[in-house]
Write a protein that binds this ligand. Structure first.
Ligand SMILES: [Ca+2]
Ligand SMILES: [Ca+2]
Length: 246
């Protein structure tokens, strides 16, 4: 009887000790720099970060939390309309400003996958930790409407002739023949800084013309309050500073 009583008590004590241990561990993770080194972890962190600034990147539409850490884009508040995919238009996705193909296609895993049947991004994501780190780099990630993300694909940013408006009043122009996307002037600096950052950090191989154009965009559209705030949060979580954002 005494022995049983003692066992129950010691069981409780060990449960209590385990609880305290895990609580300590949880608060340690919450307080310290937790390395975010892949796209899945980055997306989780970004969903939290953007609670403080619930704005879609390309068109400036409000984004609304909807259940389980998902967001929907409030298109009626900003005059955004679908070009052809209304479902994906309102879905929030995490857009790589410098697309994965740009920093991944020179890697061995992109064209020569050790896993049969896989190639490109799907392969590199599985087998290459350097690719995972680049793909999850939050200095290069912004919240985007799914349809805009899809239409942008891996096109370069530049000037599209004329002023086509295929997405309601949003100033987002895609030339599917020349593979170019033109965006509103207010985010050109943000885009330029992501490219210049990825060049400095990972050597993605910008051309001289790209460097010149991005430096001009960087100067014309300097970091605003939110860009500075986000860079600070990312620096804390990811452990590295964005050199162009003070
Ligand atoms: Ca234009
Ligand atoms: Ca800007």
């Amino acid at each position: 009887m005494v022995k049983t009583f003692f066992n129950i008590q010691s069981g409780k004590v060990s449960i209590l000790l385990s609880l305290l241990f895990f609580m300590g561990l949880a608060s340690f993770w919450a307080d310290s720099t937790f390395e975010i080194d892949n796209f899945e972890r980055a997306k989780k962190a970004l969903r939290r970060i953007y609670r403080a600034h619930p704005i879609e990147f390309y068109c400036g539409c409000p984004i609304q939390p909807e259940g389980n850490n998902r967001y929907t884009i409030a298109i009626e508040d900003c005059g955004l309309q679908a070009r052809k995919n209304p479902k994906r238009l309102i879905r929030l996705e995490w857009e790589h400003i410098v697309p994965a193909s740009r920093f991944g296609q020179s890697l061995d895993c992109w064209s020569n996958c050790p896993i049969p049947g896989k190639k490109g991004r799907a392969c590199c994501r599985k087998v290459d930790s350097h690719f995972q780190k680049m793909e999850g780099d939050m200095h290069n990630l912004v919240p985007s409407s799914g349809e805009l993300n899809a239409d942008r694909g891996n096109y370069s940013f530049g000037e599209v002739p004329g002023e086509p408006r295929a997405y309601g009043i949003c100033d987002f122009e895609v030339d599917f023949r020349l593979n170019i996307v033109e965006v509103r002037p207010e985010i050109r600096g943000d885009i330029a800084r992501a490219y210049l950052y990825m060049e400095e950090k990972y050597g993605i191989g910008l051309t001289t013309a790209e460097k010149e154009e991005f430096k001009a965009w960087h100067e014309k559209d300097p970091p605003d309050a939110w860009e500075r705030e986000k860079a600070k949060i990312v620096e804390r979580l990811q452990g590295n500073k964005h050199p162009l954002i003070e």
